[in-house]
Structure formats: C-alpha cells, structure tokens
Design a protein around this ligand. Structure first.
Ligand code: V47
Ligand code: SF4
Length: 359
C-alpha cells in the first residue's frame, strides 16, 4: 500500500505491531486526507478482530414517545407535550408494534424522549409485557439519558434502576445520548442533558452488574477534532476498566428541521474517515457499526473495507434520523442486507444483540 501522507508512516508501524494509538495519532489521522491509507490501516484491525465477517441483525426499532423535556438543539424528533405531532404510545401500542413482526426479530430497540408525566411503572409494564410475549427477543432499550431520568422518577440509584429494569426484561443499553463528551459542546447543543462523566458512569454501572452496552458519538456539527479524539479516548479508558461495550457507532449529524440547520450535512469522506479512525483508536472495542439508516446503505457497504464489521439491521421504523431529513428507507429486508455484504466481499453473519451468530 502506497501512502500519500508520510505522517501516517509511524501510525502504520504501530498498527502492524498491534500497539495502541495516542491522542496525537488520532489528531494526525483526522487531519490526513489519505482516506485510502487510513482505510487500509483500519481494515487491518477490522480483519484482525473480525476476519471477513460482517454482522447484521433482524431488529425492530420502537420509539415510544417523542415528547421530551430536554429539547436538544440537534434533535428534530422531540416535541413539547402540547405541540402538533407530539405522540406517546401506550403499553398496548408498543405491544402492537412488536406484534407486527410476529416475533420474527431477535431484538427490540426501544428509545424515546424524556416524558414529563409517564411514571416509572409505564417502563416496567412495557418491558414486562414485551418480555412475557417474546421471551426470546432481546430488549435493548433506554439510552443513559433515559436511565438517569428514570432513576430520578423512580427515586432509585442508577444501579437499582438498572436492576429493576433488567428484572422486568431489559437486556442491554443502546449507545445513544453520548453526543460529544466535551462540556463546551454539550453546553451549546444539549445543555439540559446529563454530562459526559454521568453518561460514562451509567454505562460503567451497567457493565458492573453484567449488562452490556453500546457507545455512540454524534459528529459533524460544532465539535473540533480534538474533542472527537478526547471522546474516543474516554470510551477506550472505560472499556479498559469494564470490557462491557460491544459496538461503537459514530452517528453523522442530520441538520434538517433542527436548531442547527445552518450546519452542512457530513460528506462521504468525513463519514468514512470517522468510521475508520474509530476502528483504529478503539482498539479494545470488538465491533464498529455503520448505522446504514444514518450513513446510507451505499456508504455502509463501502465502509466494510474501512474498519466496519456491522451495518445494524432491518430496523423497520425509524423516526429520529428521518425527522431530521434522512432520505434512506426505514427498513431493509434481511436478504438485501446479506446481499450488500456479500457483494462487498464479506461474509454476512446474522447476529443477535450479543453478537452470537444465528444459524
Ligand atoms: O442519542 C439525534 C442521535 C441517537 C440526531 O446502540 C441524531 O446500537 C443524527 O443512539 N442527526 C439515537 N443523529 C440513536 C442511537 C442508535 C442508533 C442505532 C443503533 C444504536 C445502538 C444507537 O441519535 C441520539 C442522538 O445522539 N440523534 N438527533 C440528528 N439530527
Ligand atoms: Fe430528547 Fe434525546 Fe431528542 Fe435530546 S436527543 S431532545 S434527550 S429525544
């Protein structure tokens, strides 16, 4: 591989020797325009960890309410309680949405806004009825932001909140709500949200009770590359401590219908670089996921040669990115996901939430 950027040479040596990259290496990678060079390096790590396998999951997203007291500036999904388009699904509605799949999925992915009035029991009931009817379907639900809010409503510690939710059927936590950990950024784009340390602590607590989780970063708005690298290193540090993260999912910002609509959409080069640099910096994360709903199926496919080993799943219904102008479909059938992967020269593996292959 011929590198067009000489500054990548020392990083190449570290990657080949399986050595950890530093903060400065992260900055060098983000500053480099040698996309093929970066992708080549990320592919080495990807193949070392996951061979030729590329994962997808047969899942169903359910967003139970869009009413949210936080109103983050980057969010086009949330509404105030009395605003047009505000909705809240009853527990019965959630069950009906789940029944549309007739139990054919292996995961329900449930996230929503911070509703001012719903009691803790609503969440316990939702999990209980889903778990009773579909005991084999893994429920991945509630971002750290929601867990913190639920702990306040329930008057319980984070640990006891997680245990109560787990007893009702919760299997793992999704990676949302992380945004960018830097306080400068949070003050500007999500001032009411829990801070970076609190997000990390909720995942730490989940991992300590044996619950696995994912991590995300929302990029392509006002963050600097230093803030991106700092975010990745904070995740890497927690993963060193607990080993509880499964996948990292960089989420590209969709500005339409948000308070930040003057920001341009991310480009293909930025998305691929973000995915590849994540693979290189997060040496202790087993999986890097390109959420095809956000980056688009075509780029998700190409990313399988740039560090990515997972393209998420069938999804079925997606409101968060589509409220913010995503032009992707809301669902892709299993055989199309598998076909995309095969055409990219990888071996499709249908997985469950915990990355066990479904045969
Ligand atoms: O927390 C909100 C982000 C997240 C926008 O864990 C936006 O496997 C882009 O976390 N443009 C929710 N992003 C989605 C999420 C997720 C998705 C798929 C898989 C997993 C996983 C997690 O979406 C939010 C926020 O960070 N978001 N608004 C927007 N306008
Ligand atoms: Fe609420 Fe989450 Fe949207 Fe922020 S990103 S406004 S917390 S739904």
């Amino acid at each position: 591989m011929l590198f067009t950027d000489n500054s990548l040479k020392s990083i190449k040596e570290k990657v080949i020797a399986n050595q950890r990259l530093s903060f400065d290496d992260g900055i060098t990678l983000f500053n480099s325009n040698d996309l093929l060079g970066i992708g080549y390096l990320a592919n080495i790590v990807r193949e070392r960890k996951n061979g030729d396998r590329a994962y997808f999951i047969n899942n169903r997203h359910i967003n139970h309410t869009n009413i949210c007291i936080n109103r983050c500036l980057f969010c086009a999904f949330s509404k105030d309680k009395d605003e047009d388009g505000a909705y809240t699904m009853s527990v019965e509605d959630v069950l009906s949405a789940a029944r549309e799949q007739r139990g054919m999925v292996s995961e329900f992915h449930i996230v929503g806004g911070l509703h001012p009035d719903l009691p803790f029991q609503y969440y316990i009931d939702m999990l209980s009825v889903l778990h009773r009817e579909y005991p084999k379907v893994h429920i991945q639900g509630f971002t750290a932001v929601e867990i913190e809010y639920l702990s306040k409503i329930a008057g319980l510690s984070i640990k006891d909140t997680l245990i109560k939710l787990r007893d009702a059927g919760l299997g793992s936590l999704p990676g949302g709500g992380a945004e960018v950990f830097a306080e400068r950024v949070r003050q500007k784009i999500c001032p009411k949200k829990l801070n970076g340390g609190e997000w990390l602590n909720i995942h730490r607590t989940a991992h300590k009770i044996g619950m696995r989780s994912n991590a995300t970063m929302l990029y392509g708005h006002i963050e600097t590359i230093e803030e991106r690298v700092d975010h990745l290193l904070k995740l890497r540090e927690l993963q060193d401590e607990t080993g509880g993260f499964m996948a990292f999912i960089p989420l590209c910002f969709h500005p339409k219908n948000t308070e930040l609509d003057s920001v341009s959409r991310t480009t293909g080069s930025m998305d691929l670089k973000m995915l590849a640099v994540s693979r290189l910096m997060l040496d202790n994360f087993p999986h890097i996921k390109a959420f095809w709903i956000m980056v688009g199926p075509k780029l998700a496919q190409i990313s399988l040669s740039f560090g990515v080993d997972d393209i998420d799943g069938t999804v079925v219904e997606e409101r968060i990115t589509h409220s913010a102008g995503a032009e992707t479909d809301q669902s892709l059938p299993k055989d199309e996901l598998a076909g995309m992967i095969r055409e990219a020269g990888r071996v499709p593996v249908e997985r469950d939430t915990l990355y066990n292959a479904i045969t």
